[in-house]
Write a protein that binds this ligand. Sequence first.
Ligand SMILES: [Zn+2]
Ligand SMILES: [Zn+2]
Length: 163
Amino acid sequence: MGNLSPHFDSTEAACHCGCGFDTPKCRLIVALEELRGDIHRPLKVNCLCRCAKHNKAIGGHVNSFHLTAAAADVRAPGLSLLALFNRAICVKAFFEGGIGVYPPWKDSKGKWRGNFLHLEIRDNPKHKRFAVYKGDSIPFSEALDILKEIERLKSSTTVLIGG
Ligand SMILES: [Zn+2]
Ligand SMILES: [Zn+2]
């Protein structure tokens, strides 16, 4: 039991710099609960609230929705990114808000990074629905194709995907 909702706690939503910014937009938590209820397993929140200073330090977008606690980077251990994406687009708030796709990738030190979805909500749902991949806005159908290709590559090798 979290202090924000049945499954989410402010400690996992808090800005990683320790500034104390830890209060997500209410609708974001409601949407995350909806997704969690649908997949019947825990969602791991990598990042939610971000103060301007921390956002700059990690190279976040200047207008990042994390700054207003309206976006969460999540993964669901045991569930592929493709499966999570398929469920996330069924959550109205994310379908009308936006979904960023961050497939797993290896950095120069050989450490696995990425492997999460950026889920955001917006106050004006008339905005264009979109997915974002490598900085480009793409249709949801294209994001699905990319994730399917990643799944295909994953199943054809024995590479373990870390988080
Ligand atoms: Zn901070
Ligand atoms: Zn994000």
